[in-house]
Design a protein around this ligand. Structure first.
Ligand code: AMP
Length: 584
């Protein structure tokens, strides 16, 4: 990607491909399903639903049930334990992709074939080119992408399981493609010690600060964590730059080798400059100051990641935040064709050639709650979704998932040619629940966004939040955890009880009719807000990482189910407040 004409031609080709895909959405969806049925209808799993051997689209829709992971898990477990994959799909499985979604505490295992893996790499590439096209000159320079891996595990069958990103970072395509434009040497990305990896990636990012034109991570949660790491380690990073010596505790051989090619000499001028920037009392715009040529930050900022938007805007100092794509371990769904849209307005255009998609209508009642989709309407095809409607996405793939509920709720916001565009709303199963009340991830996020407005004029930032339903006492209550800090630095704000109580009241006021009537009836107690000190949520992430989550694909839990997680957040508590609201 060098000459200006070449890149223009590439962008033109990308747009032509997208025009073609989206204009032929219906045809492509039919072809995808046909191909899946043609190859996989004879498998043990699917053939049960085609007793007459007729496996056309209509029989598929009538006979094949809509399922969740639990329904297909016995088949996947059998394959993981050594049975032939042909019980589920016709192709040879090359690996399992581990999803961050858990099934009984274990990551879900999604079968993957060589061909599907190859195809999957295409979608982020398209998304990346669409973004670059919007930012002049951004095809030049380097990317400070903070990427991490998770160690692989082997199933009894000998098949390896890991995160999609871990496999991807190990491919030749990544090494010879995207990695060449990254500030992080591949060895630092592939280092399985996340701390050493982070230190080296930040160090190489700083050393190449004048070349960095974009920064990013897969999910937004990684970036505030990296800035916190920078805050904890900038003196040591500066000292490495000043002396030209890498800290001794970096013992990973790959990291040391790679760093020796970049950290080649003492550079006191650069160290002084970085030190001066980091010593500034306020870290507002720190990203822009440290990487002055940066044009945008790219990272998924929608859904549960939207809670990081204010913090990233603060550290970014006005640099646009771009959410590139929407995908999961199971399938790729869509990409953001309007990279310049505001982070809260992002929609993803579905790509009709990646899987066969169906959509279960989700009723949103007056309070905006997603009801259980099992009880309602039939699913509709990709091209038949209606503007403004909410749906849960269901996929059928070449890799053995048939009418499989992803669990994400989406809202149709428009169409690009014949392909619908969706806003990510929430994960269907993430709910706070007491008695008849179900407060969803989206309800919670909206309520908290309203309440935190009270804190902003006081220079207080809400950096992260979570919640859980405390039913240890009767009646139970919802407990919120908020990590707060002063806008400039990481100091703990002075907490005014009256204002914090007001926040509790605003949250309760924003909840829906069911919540309010249960509160009024004494079935739910007053909402509690626990403020935790800066860094407490990092400990929560460490906890999940120690349990097998990956930093790269970490999703902060909006509603906690684990007692240990609650204990960790409680240990950082610096104040608790209750809603004084009497419901009528
Ligand atoms: P995983 O299988 O671990 O990659 O997680 C996939 C899940 O991450 C999806 O089902 C969504 O819940 C969430 N996710 C992925 N992409 C996005 C996005 N662009 N916006 C919001 N949530 C997302």
């Amino acid at each position: 990607m060098d000459g200006g004409t070449d890149i223009k031609e590439i962008y033109e080709n990308v747009m032509n491909i997208l025009e073609d895909l989206t204009s032929n959405a219906h045809k492509l969806q039919e072809q995808v399903l046909e191909e899946i049925l043609k190859s996989n209808a004879g498998t043990e799993y699917l053939s049960r639903f085609f007793p007459n051997g007729q496996s056309d689209k209509q029989s598929f829709k009538t006979n094949v049930p809509i399922i969740t992971y639990e329904d297909i898990k016995p088949y996947i477990d059998r394959i993981a334990n050594g049975e032939t994959p042909s019980i589920l799909l016709a192709y040879r499985i090359t690996q399992f992709i581990q999803s961050t979604g858990t099934s009984g505490g274990q990551p879900k295992l999604i079968p993957m074939t060589a061909e599907s893996f190859e195809k999957r790499m295409y979608e982020p590439l398209l998304a990346d080119l669409v973004i670059k096209r919007c930012f002049n000159g951004s095809n030049e320079g380097k990317s400070l992408y903070l990427y991490f891996i998770k160690p692989e595990m082997e199933t009894p069958s000998g098949l390896v399981a890991s995160l999609y990103t871990t496999f991807y970072f190990k491919t030749k395509s990544f090494k010879t493609g995207l990695a060449k434009f990254c500030t992080s040497p591949i060895e630092t990305i592939l280092c399985s010690d996340n701390k050493q990896s982070m230190f080296c990636q930040l160090l190489t990012g700083l050393l190449q600060r004048d070349e960095v034109v974009r920064m990013g991570s897969s999910f937004a949660s990684v970036l505030p964590r990296s800035i916190k790491f920078l805050d904890d380690y900038w003196k040591e990073l500066c000292s490495n730059i000043r002396t030209g010596y890498l800290s001794d505790w970096i013992t990973d051989a790959g990291c040391r080798n790679a760093m020796s090619l970049i950290l080649t000499r003492p550079n006191p001028e650069m160290a002084d400059l970085i030190q001066q920037i980091c010593e500034d009392k306020s870290w507002e715009g720190i990203i822009k100051k440290l990487w002055p040529k940066i044009k945008y930050i790219t990272s998924i900022c929608t859904g549960s990641m939207s809670q990081y938007i204010p913090l990233l805007e603060f550290y970014g100092g006005g640099i646009p935040l771009v959410s590139p794509n929407y995908s999961s371990s199971e399938a790729c769904f869509g990409i953001n064709l309007k990279p310049l849209s505001k982070p809260f307005d992002v929609s993803y255009t579905f790509l009709p050639n990646t899987a066969y998609f169906e959509f279960l209508p989700v009723n949103k009642d007056g309070g905006g709650k997603a009801q259980d989709t099992r009880t309602i309407d039939k699913p509709v095809d990709l091209v038949n979704v209606k503007l403004g409607q909410y749906y849960e996405v269901v996929v059928t793939t070449l890799t053995g998932l048939y009418r499989y509920r992803i669990g994400d709720v989406l809202k149709v916001t428009g169409f690009y040619n014949k392909s619908p565009q969706f806003q990510f709303v929430e994960r269907q199963n993430v709910v706070l629940s007491i008695d008849l009340d179900k407060t969803t991830e989206e309800d919670l996020s909206k309520a908290i966004m309203k309440a935190k407005l009270v804190l902003e004029p006081l220079g207080i930032m809400l950096t992260t939040y979570s919640s859980y339903a405390d039913t240890s006492l009767m009646p139970g209550r919802y407990v919120l955890f908020w990590e707060l800090k002063m806008k400039g630095r990481n100091d703990l704000p002075k907490l005014d009880a009256e204002i914090m109580e007001q926040c509790c009241c605003i949250v309760e006021e924003s909840f829906d009719f069911t919540y309010k009537s249960l509160r009024k009836g004494g079935v739910i107690s007053a909402l509690e807000l626990r403020v935790v000190k800066h860094g407490t949520f990092d400990q929560l992430m460490d906890f999940y990482v120690s349990k097998g989550a990956s930093i790269t694909q970490y999703k902060p839990p909006s509603c906690l189910k684990s007692k240990e997680a609650v204990k960790i957040l409680n240990s950082g508590m610096v104040g608790k407040f209750f809603s004084s609201k009497t419901m009528f």
